[in-house]
Design a protein around this ligand. Structure first.
Ligand SMILES: *Cc1c(COP(=O)(O)O)cnc(C)c1O
Length: 413
């Protein structure tokens, strides 16, 4: 009954078909149950089919789903206020879109406009954004060009111009890379897809200082790290709460599984006249038909309110520490260490310590072994298994998943 020949083959999919979800469990079409340590890649932050999320969706669907941004949308304003005040905690404004790639394209556009308003000494617009090796920012032409991974860009060149990649956490390399055309620096607090690599606090502080020194925008991709995932509402807050970003992109967890994304722009004054950064994005400068529909905003508001009400950031911090200590405590030879923050964790495998079948990465192989025995955990890079369960995963389910992981890893070793 499979009809996969009709779907474009852009994904390397597991040979199972998902049918139903409930909390931190997923069920495939054969009825097999999985403990979900993937959570839609850090998206289903409240688990599957959470009653608060389903309730908000149902209620708003009966009222109004879509009306266009030609009109005011009260739910959008309420959600924006929540994000500005309770999530980012810095004065700014929010643009709503539908995905992480779109959010990153949006902040790249803001950076380019800023580069026109604040040109180089010779008057030519600045347009270059520095990003980092092993970063991931999305699959659109803009966000793909921003991504510091060659494998994402194969045969899609020529790429959008205006990006330069340097090694993550290397301040000297970053300083050396800033040129006359540079207008911003874009980074993740924890590189998710690139292998769960956290930014060093000193480096992040250094980037923030460099940005002020050279009149660059500090751009943070919170698509995977944000919304309590790393133990604070935003990933950067878990690393270095005293910095003040200029632009922040969000998606994934913001919608709890509903397609939603946004970017936040600081209200910081960028010149002596008090012009704010947010004010340079004037009417007509950006838009999205589906951005911030009443339906998406109602769902997202319910998700974000629930995260705040239950202080799931603190829970992520606590459970994340527990996960790290548990896995490292097994002292298995195939595990080097556990990296990451909060409930964004990566088990760094020691590939030399176990046999991996031809054509598979160690992480993909371990992920497959876990899936066969009922645990979903996705790779992050070639050698890292990512553990990103729902923020509200019950402790007994967390332990059930960890037990499965232990049995798989023990057999490898
Ligand atoms: C997933 C991800 C993206 C892309 O988000 P999409 O919604 O797939 O476009 C961008 N940045 C980071 C850090 C991500 O993890």
């Amino acid at each position: 009954m499979e009809k996969k020949q009709y779907v474009l083959g852009t994904y390397g999919r597991a040979p199972i078909q998902m049918e139903r979800g409930e909390g931190s469990f997923l069920y495939d079409t054969t009825g097999k149950r999985y403990v979900d340590f993937c959570a839609g890649i850090a998206t289903c932050c409240l688990g599957h089919c959470h009653p608060v999320v389903v309730g908000a969706l149902e209620e708003q669907a009966h009222k109004l789903m879509h009306c266009s941004n030609l009109y005011g949308i009260p739910g959008q304003e309420e959600l924006a206020e929540l994000i500005v005040r309770e999530v980012v905690g810095l004065d700014g404004q929010v643009f709503f879109c539908n995905s992480g790639a779109e959010a990153n394209d949006g902040i790249i556009k803001v950076a380019r406009r800023f580069g026109h308003r604040h040109p180089a000494a010779d008057g030519s617009p600045r347009f270059e954004v520095i990003t980092f090796n092993k970063s991931f920012h999305g699959r659109t032409l803009g966000s793909m060009a921003a991504t510091g991974q060659k494998k994402i860009q194969v045969e899609f060149d020529p790429l959008l111009v205006g990006f330069r990649y340097v090694d993550f956490n290397d301040m000297a390399a970053l300083r050396a890379a800033v040129g006359k055309e540079t207008c911003g620096i874009l980074l993740e607090a924890v590189q998710g897809e690139g292998g769960v690599n956290p930014v060093d606090a000193d480096f992040l502080r250094g980037v923030a200082e460099l940005c002020r020194e050279k009149d660059l925008l500090l751009m943070i991709d919170e698509v995977q790290c944000g919304f309590a995932r790393c133990g604070k509402m935003m990933g950067w807050q878990a690393v270095c709460p005293d910095i003040e970003p200029d632009l922040i992109s969000c998606a994934k967890g913001i919608g709890g599984g509903f397609p939603m994304g946004c970017f936040w722009v600081s209200n910081r004054a960028i010149d002596a006249h008090g012009t704010t950064l947010s004010s340079i994005m004037t009417p007509g400068s950006h838009g999205s038909t589906f951005g911030g529909t009443p339906l998406a905003c109602a769902v997202s508001k319910a998700v974000v309110s629930e995260i705040l009400r239950l202080d799931l950031a603190a829970r992520a911090k606590k459970l994340g520490e527990y996960m790290k200590q548990t896995v490292e405590g097994w002292q298995l030879p195939c595990v080097e260490k556990v990296r990451g923050l909060g409930l964004l964790r990566g088990v760094a495998l020691r590939p030399g310590r176990f046999a991996v079948p031809e054509g598979k990465t160690p992480a993909a192989y371990v992920s497959e072994l876990c899936r066969e025995v009922g645990l979903l955990a996705c790779p992050a890079g070639a050698d890292t298994l990512r553990l990103i369960p729902a923020l509200n995963i019950p402790e007994d389910v967390l332990n059930e998943g960890l037990d499965i992981l232990r049995s798989v890893l023990s057999k490898l070793a």
